[in-house]
Ligand binder design. Structure first.
Ligand code: C5P
Length: 230
């Protein structure tokens, strides 16, 4: 029997969507289901890799043979991914990471109004930036070839450029080896079972178009592209 293509490789996949708490009962979140990241972890394990799946707020079952590290916030996801990335051959950032978090966390439930003189007052939520985890991984790697780093991007075409134009700009800006560009629009991608993506490679004009395909088939195409780099 031939050896599995990812045998002996350590891979890290992030999945799901981060939640940024405001108080014990409320958070800022997003609609990521985690399905694409879980499919990536499942396919990597089936191809023989040792897989750590850093899963943000997903209720999906752990894929066979995959170590799941559950996290909630962007900062927790950053620390779990950076830890696991230290001895990894590949890091795939499929999670939807909140760009901002509330500047302060209040450890008691925020009341409708604090002001007895103005019972209709509403609070203002101040936000601060979260770190760009993908950019941090690229920065920390320096001139090393390891790990191979894969980013995801949800893009829509608009007057300033097509989905692919925006994807190419983002690939150069982020500095990852691959960027998987998701075409998003009304009723597309979030929570859906299938996906249309374009896989872009740093320094190459070649594009791999995938789909509409299941998230499992998209995952297989992403690992095929990673295997070409390894
Ligand atoms: O810039 P944008 O959010 O479109 O980039 C998406 C890519 O960057 C994804 O791979 C996502 O996991 C990653 N990301 C990150 N940290 C953030 C925001 C996005 O690693 N704060």
């Amino acid at each position: 029997a031939g050896e599995l293509p990812l045998a002996g490789r350590r891979v890290v996949v992030s999945a799901g969507g981060t939640r940024e708490p405001l108080d014990p009962v409320r958070f800022l979140g997003n609609r990521s289901s985690g399905k694409q990241g879980f499919a990536l972890a499942e396919v990597a394990a089936a191809r023989g890799a040792e897989v750590v799946l850093v899963a943000a707020n997903s209720s999906l079952p752990a894929p066979a043979g995959v170590k799941v590290v559950p996290v909630e916030t962007a900062l927790e996801l950053e620390s779990a991914v950076t830890d696991a990335a230290r001895d990894a051959d590949v890091v795939v950032m499929a999670a939807a990471v909140a760009d901002f978090r509330p500047a302060t966390y209040v450890d008691t439930k925020i009341k409708k109004s604090h002001d007895p003189g103005d019972p209709d007052a509403a609070p203002t939520i101040e936000l601060v930036r979260n770190p760009d985890i993908l950019a941090g991984l690229v920065r920390d790697r320096g001139d090393e070839a390891n790990p191979v780093i894969v980013g995801f991007a949800a893009e829509t075409g608009d007057a300033s450029g097509s989905v692919l134009d925006h994807g190419r700009d983002k690939l150069v800006r982020k500095g990852s080896d691959l960027l998987v560009v998701n075409e998003v629009g009304v009723d597309r991608t979030f929570g859906a079972d299938d996906n249309t993506v374009h896989i872009l490679r740093q320094g190459s004009s070649h594009v791999v178009d995938v789909g509409p395909a299941t998230k499992h088939d998209v995952a297989a195409a992403v690992w095929d592209a990673v295997q070409e780099i390894l």
